[in-house]
Design a protein around this ligand. Sequence first.
Ligand SMILES: [Zn+2]
Length: 197
Amino acid sequence: MSGPLPPGSRVDPETRDWETQGMALPREYESLGSFDADWHPSSQEVKRQAEMEAIAAWARQRAMEAPPLSERQKDVIRRSMSERPTPDELMVWRVRLFCGHETEKKAHRTHFTVQNALYSGGRCPTCGLEPATIVAAKAMHLASETEEAPPPGPPRPSPSQPVRRPTRAELEIDVVALRERVAMLERESRETEVRPE
Ligand SMILES: [Zn+2]
């Protein structure tokens, strides 16, 4: 059952080993690329962005053709979404995107490589480029280091408030969990599609 391959797809044997077998992780977080002010995309980075755009178009097409999720699949997604990492399990990465804009992304702290930690195809929050490949990344600190600090001044919600709204940090963690899940599913589907010669 070999379906059409996404352009530029490849198998990364390390991904599966580290994530599923709990093998020895590198002690240092990988860093990638340059945050210099005079950075311009290299020809390799331009090529990667074009590949990512082709993959995104391919994935959209496949998603439209795919049958609706079964109840069992929906249940798996619901359960995995409820397993939210806490801020002290999340590493904050400084990221530069293909458009040159910088942003922060969070990933589970056990992901030490850029490829495993970061979903390189999201939307640039500044200019809206989507997909936007990552051209530079550097692990900064755990999310708990900034999120534990008390906010300056805003009043605490009164106990009489009937519905507790999720904080911005909690919502961001939801998004991180979803992105990680989507990236994992994409990797799995690519590995399933790529058959060894
Ligand atoms: Zn941008």
